[in-house]
Design a protein around this ligand. Structure first.
Ligand SMILES: Cc1ncc(C[n+]2csc(CCOP(=O)(O)OP(=O)(O)O)c2C)c(N)n1
Length: 689
């Protein structure tokens, strides 16, 4: 008998009971449950023998609901987001003992991540069993995002997200459920309630004894309660949930009452906070033992038949164990694989310099027209954010003006004021199909991006963590920077923080043509790109240029905006224009020839152009709008010191803003942000050294 065969329903309205369920089905369930439990019991031995599985969160006590989740999941059609305790879910969904142990021992052939992600994080991307974060419950947002795609593309499928009850205290879970209910998305959220979040009892998480009760006020949301210890009631609950999602088109929470038989994980000792009485009770309630007793008591199986199934499972594990021990470990040389997917290749503009004429545009027009052109080019492109589209309003700065009118509300739409939701659902939706490209306004102003940082971090390591199986194809636009008298939350530029994360490109244009070319490149490439827009330049005539219709700027190509021989200014964004002004002053007043290198792209960085210029002028000033302390300029100065020290005639100097917040009053703003004057004086010091 093939115990991993995909479960199919013979009748849509089927209700299981122990006596009415056919013997083969019960046999399959028992087999999967005993197999899972035997691996769960064996996992700690691997750690004792120093073979691996150094993170193991036992599932014992969650047997019923995990069996049911795996059974109702349809491979390659539904999308499943299992959490770190979901070993039986993964087995029931079809993973073999070998696949489970390969993950436990973090082998190179582990299908979830090739040993890159923690053990006990099971996945099989080719079946849509997603590789999920350790940031507990944050995949609820991914499930909602992929459900948005399921609905948009009219697929007969559901997204299933699974987590413990304590992690529902996280704000992003509320954001996810609010969004799923608002958009009426096909998601089942399973809460596996074992009463604890590590050592914290659930009454210290929330006032309701059942976490799902907290969500009763949401419209368009159904809640089902079930006994998560019992496979029969769990199967009925999961099937009912799937039926509701499909027939009523609303999301469903399945709250499964479970027990945690063991400690939270191998690094926890539950006897420190649970008494003997409680532990005895857990043993008595053991779901596998109870299920076995019921099968025998009902006269459906003999003890011998069940012992045979236990033995078959033992054999599967033993064979798997032997194979896994021989499986290769990851190669340390592979660490640089899959940090970023390869970008789209520009055939016409390999150097990112415009050729031929184009319409003269402001930076904002270049962004708007490129977005529209790319939406026409790729019908699987979507954009959302706060104030994205409502009648004539198209973005808080009007960057997306006219887009909803042309592309409709299903491709261009508003998001709730929930930055993490905006980011997380972008990640989730792009999981549906590689052809999808998503643009989001990550926040209305760059400084409001911080609530989304946890999903930003997630996005940066998805490709690496999944061993190249999944890359979020998302462009995140952020209106950045000051010089508008905006004060706190409206003036910051945050690339100094964003560029510390491997796995994302960060670009920062300063002229209309580069804005268009970099945006096109971001939207055509695989992988995530942070697209920082100097909002002070949106309508500034000094950033206006001609923009060829098909212009593209490859990542990692700086642009020399002004040639010179005495000093190099390395800059980007708003500061490019300040440097150009300062360079002019230096020429007029001091007869100095200054080269201005506009990086355009911070990650990847065009080291070659920077170092060539340093070798030519031998003097360097690094200029950006962000704070000098902790700013991106420190990386550039460090790189030059390391790679071109002997070419320098003066120490590398940096100009940027002060190590303060940005003040509102224009007098304060001027004292904080760099200007041409400050750059001019700093340049003179470097020149005079
Ligand atoms: C965002 C985040 N904060 C903290 C942790 C550490 N942590 C790991 S598991 C856990 C408890 C989660 O409890 P629950 O959601 O009830 O699931 P259970 O482990 O009980 O199945 C915590 C706090 C984490 N993984 N992620």
């Amino acid at each position: 008998m093939n115990y991993r065969k995909q479960f199919t329903l013979d009748r849509e309205d089927k209700v299981f009971s122990i006596r009415k369920t056919d013997k083969d089905t019960l046999k399959k369930w028992y087999y999967l449950m005993t197999l899972g439990r035997q691996i769960d019991n064996k996992a700690p031995n691997y750690l004792k023998q120093a073979l691996g599985w150094s993170y193991h969160a036992p599932f014992a006590g969650h047997d019923g609901i995990q069996l049911a989740i795996g059974q109702v999941f349809e491979r390659n059609k539904d999308h499943l987001f299992p959490y770190y305790r979901d070993m039986l879910t993964a087995i029931s969904a079809g993973l073999t003992a070998e696949e489970i142990i390969l993950n436990g021992l973090s082998k190179a052939t582990d299908i979830a991540s090739g040993g890159r992600h923690m053990s006990n994080h099971f996945a099989k991307p080719e079946w849509n069993i997603h590789n999920v974060s350790s940031a507990t419950g944050n995949h609820t947002l991914h499930a909602v995002g992929v459900a948005r795609a399921i609905k948009y593309y009219g697929q007969d499928a559901v997204a299933i997200s699974s987590q413990g009850e304590s992690s529902t205290s996280e704000g992003y879970v509320y954001e996810a459920i609010n969004g799923a209910a608002t958009e009426k998305l096909p998601v089942i959220f399973v809460f596996q309630d074992n009463g604890y979040g590590i050592s914290v009892p659930k009454e210290q998480q929330t006032a309701s004894s059942r976490a799902a009760d907290n969500f009763h006020g949401f419209k368009n949301l159904r809640v089902i309660y079930t006994n998560g210890k019992d496979p029969v009631s769990s199967m009925n609950a999961m099937l009912k949930a799937k039926r509701i999602v499909k027939e009523e088109g609303v999301p469903v929470i399945v709250h499964a009452n479970c027990i945690r038989m063991g400690s939270h994980s191998n690094s926890d000792r539950h006897e420190l906070y649970r008494d003997d009485h409680e532990l005895d009770e857990m043993a008595m309630l053991d779901p596998l033992k109870k299920f076995r007793e019921r099968l025998v008591y009902a006269g459906l199986f003999t003890e011998d038949e069940l012992n045979d199934l236990d033995e078959q499972a033992r054999k599967e594990i033993s064979a798997a164990h032997k194979k896994v021990l021989k499986a290769p470990d990851p190669d340390p040389k592979s660490i640089f694989d899959f940090v970023m997917p390869k970008p789209y290749i520009s055939e016409k503009y390999p150097d990112g310099l415009p050729r031929g004429e184009g319409k003269r545009m402001k930076l904002i027009e270049a962004l708007n027209s490129t977005l529209k052109a790319e939406f026409r080019h790729n019908p699987d492109t979507f954009i959302w954010g706060q104030d994205m589209a409502n009648k004539d309003k198209g973005g808080i700065f009007n960057v997306s003006k006219g887009m909803q009118q042309e592309f409709g509300p299903k491709r261009v739409f508003n998001a709730p004021i929930a930055e993490d939701f905006i980011m997380g659902t972008a990640n989730g939706m792009s999981r549906f199909d590689k052809k999808i490209r998503i643009v989001v306004e990550g926040a209305e102003f760059a400084d409001y991006f911080w609530p989304a940082m946890e999903q930003f971090v997630e996005l940066t390591h998805d490709y690496w963590r999944s061993n190249g199986k999944f890359s979020p194809n998302v462009t995140i636009r952020l209106a950045s920077g000051g010089y508008i008298g905006g004060g706190l939350y409206h003036s910051q530029t945050i690339e100094g923080a964003l560029t510390t994360f491997p796995g994302i490109r960060v670009v920062y244009p300063s002229f209309a043509d580069d804005a268009a070319g970099l945006l096109r490149m971001s939207m055509r490439s695989e992988g995530p790109t942070m697209f920082l827009e100097p909002k002070a330049l949106y309508n500034d005539p000094s950033a206006e240029t001609e923009v060829p219709d098909d212009f593209e700027v490859p990542f990692g190509k700086a642009r020399i905006r002004r040639e010179g021989t005495d000093l190099t200014m390395i800059t980007y964004g708003n500061a490019t224009h300040l440097c150009l002004k300062a360079a002019e002053m230096l020429e007029k007043e001091d007869g100095k020839s200054v080269e201005v290198v506009d990086l355009r792209s911070l990650i990847p960085l065009d080291k070659e152009t920077v170092l060539d210029s340093v070798r030519k002028t031998n003097r360097v000033l690094v200029v950006h709008e962000d704070k000098v302390f902790g700013g991106f300029g420190g990386e550039i100065a460090g790189m030059i010191a390391e790679e071109a020290f002997e070419d320098l005639d003066a120490p590398v100097k940096r100009v940027g803003s002060t190590f303060t917040p940005v003040g509102f009053n224009r007098i304060l703003e001027k004292a904080i942000l760099p200007d041409a004057e400050r750059i001019y004086h700093a340049a003179k010091k470097v020149l005079e050294f």
